[in-house]
Design a protein around this ligand. Structure first.
Ligand code: SF4
Ligand code: SF4
Length: 191
């Protein structure tokens, strides 16, 4: 029997430009999606996503670029890769989200949630400076800049005494390697 018989259905026969673009940019082929939903079931943030991972893959297949670039999930995916670990077809959904977020950002589309952009900038700034993220400096600078002065004030001492919070911001041994990543990868200069 012809193996092509088993190929998953392509949802958009007319225009698969976005699907091809994602394949080239993210090295992931959404046509391999089996629609099993394991990605959505395992996603750590699916409960607050407007489009769950399985639907994001379907939107790529449909070529619905506009909906993808305006979805809230673009800004709140934590890149934990749980969806990739669960996917039988190894579809790299966080890479798709990352790519679409940068594309949206270049076109002037911003998150509707307050302070998301500020958080991204502070987080990337810390990575560039120290090569890693430290919770305490990130939280303090975020709360100060977003004028939420007392937010987390009650939580911090408890976390500190349980050894969950380091007030210092240690730097990785060879920071020059991280800095080179920023110079080499123009995508890191953006969001
Ligand atoms: S990487 Fe993003 S989409 Fe995937 S499981 Fe984590 S939060 Fe969900
Ligand atoms: S786990 Fe993979 S194959 Fe299953 S729906 Fe999600 S992306 Fe598609």
């Amino acid at each position: 029997m012809d193996v092509d018989f088993y190929r998953p259905m392509r949802l958009n026969y007319q225009n698969n430009a976005l699907q091809d673009e994602i394949k080239a940019a993210c090295d992931t082929d959404v046509e391999r999606c089996l629609e099993c939903g394991k990605c959505s079931g395992g996603c750590s943030n699916a409960h607050i996503f407007d489009y769950v991972p399985r639907k994001i893959v379907q939107l790529v297949k449909l070529g619905d670029e506009d909906r993808l670039m305006h979805m809230d999930a673009l800004w709140i995916c934590v890149a934990c890769h749980l969806c990739v670990d669960r996917c039988p077809s190894q579809i790299n959904i966080p890479s798709i989200i990352d790519y679409m977020r940068q594309k949206a950002y270049r076109q002037g589309i911003r998150a509707e949630r307050t302070n998301i952009e500020l958080f991204h900038e502070l987080m990337l700034g810390l990575v560039k400076k120290n090569g890693r993220i430290s919770e305490a400096p990130l939280t303090i600078s975020f709360n100060l800049k977003s004028k939420q002065y007392l937010k987390d004030a009650g939580l911090a001492p408890r976390m500190f005494f349980k050894g969950k919070l380091n007030p210092f911001s240690p730097r990785v041994k060879d920071i020059s390697q991280v800095r080179r990543l920023f110079i080499k990868n123009p995508r890191l200069k953006e969001v």
